[in-house]
Design a protein around this ligand. Sequence first.
Ligand SMILES: NC(=O)c1ccc[n+]([C@@H]2O[C@H](COP(=O)([O-])OP(=O)(O)OC[C@H]3O[C@@H](n4cnc5c(N)ncnc54)[C@H](OP(=O)(O)O)[C@@H]3O)[C@@H](O)[C@H]2O)c1
Length: 349
Amino acid sequence: MSTNTVVTLNRTIPSGAPTLQDFKVASGSAPSKGELKTGEILVRTLYLSCDPYMRGRLSGRTDSYVASFEAGKPIDGLGVGVVEASASSDFKEGDMVTGPTFKWATRFITSAAGLTKIPSSSGVPPAYFLGVLGMPSFTAYVGTITLCKPKAGETILVSAASGAVGQIVVQLAKARGLRVVGAAGSDEKVQHIKDLGADAAFNYKTVKSLDSAIKEAAPKGIDIYFDNVGGEFLDVALKNMKPNGRIAECGMISQYNATAESAYHIQNLAYVVMKKLTIYGFIVSDYYSTPAYSEFINEVSGMLKENKIKYKMDEISGLENGPQALLDLFEGKNFGKRIVKVSEPSHRL
Ligand SMILES: NC(=O)c1ccc[n+]([C@@H]2O[C@H](COP(=O)([O-])OP(=O)(O)OC[C@H]3O[C@@H](n4cnc5c(N)ncnc54)[C@H](OP(=O)(O)O)[C@@H]3O)[C@@H](O)[C@H]2O)c1
């Protein structure tokens, strides 16, 4: 019988930074075909996705759009894997699948509902379905295109612009003729944003003043701010918005580990009225059943085929390194879309 590595949560962490001690990585026996109930499949994991929204799921909170992980149980998230055995009419052995219900385990049994088959004709590496053709990229599309409706000549500011979502925001906006300004937390990341086509980019950790850096990069102001980080960056962006500007409120990673004492309090919210701003809070999962999803797939797969899109992945090997790979996101230690490689497509474990 093959062994199975599983990552479980030791305790929920309502605030502050989680640590490696909050997770347990253990090996046991793998689930077998004989345990399958009707409608279930046995999946071998190839890749798992590390995503900032998982911090909310570590918190134990009950008022979110997504359920918290439970202490003592495996964590789960987006992944790509191979069906090893099936008791579902929708999948057969050997199918490649993706979806949001991947246990952080080498092998696991799950309901087939909610997983999607990756066609063998897709012609792209399976990990693309966690990045450029997956949730982060669609998030960029929804926030930038569906909600903020950019027009050529406008200026867009993007925070965490070298990350999983940000890299796509930069390129979708550039393809529509916007002036693109990106910010990130290292000089290497800033160079990457420029390589993606941004007109200006800065390292928000080393600039003397965030306000001056934004003003220098966008002297006439910001039409659209794609917010990935919240906190002080959002506060300063509010000050630099043009009248009738739009904000895609995608995420606030700077606040995910905040405590009551360290939480940043926004001071410039009055500009929402004074500048008649629109702030679009959104969750990408609400948009998969809308026309935006096929628009996104058509546009981004077309750009991929024509080599008109770049996307940096950041792969960590080994499920045992999964917890650290996830925690790194909250310290900016990832560079591009962070994934964990669990097994090889062709390997028997
Ligand atoms: N609304 C939705 O449906 C949806 C869907 C997906 C993602 N999101 C949100 O989108 C944002 C980006 O996600 P992603 O997957 O693209 O992550 P990512 O950018 O690939 O990785 C996270 C990045 O956030 C930055 N960061 C970390 N701690 C920070 C802090 N204290 N202050 C400022 N920046 C910090 C770091 O970049 P630097 O080195 O540049 O600081 C880090 O590399 C997150 O807020 C996430 O929650 C929302």
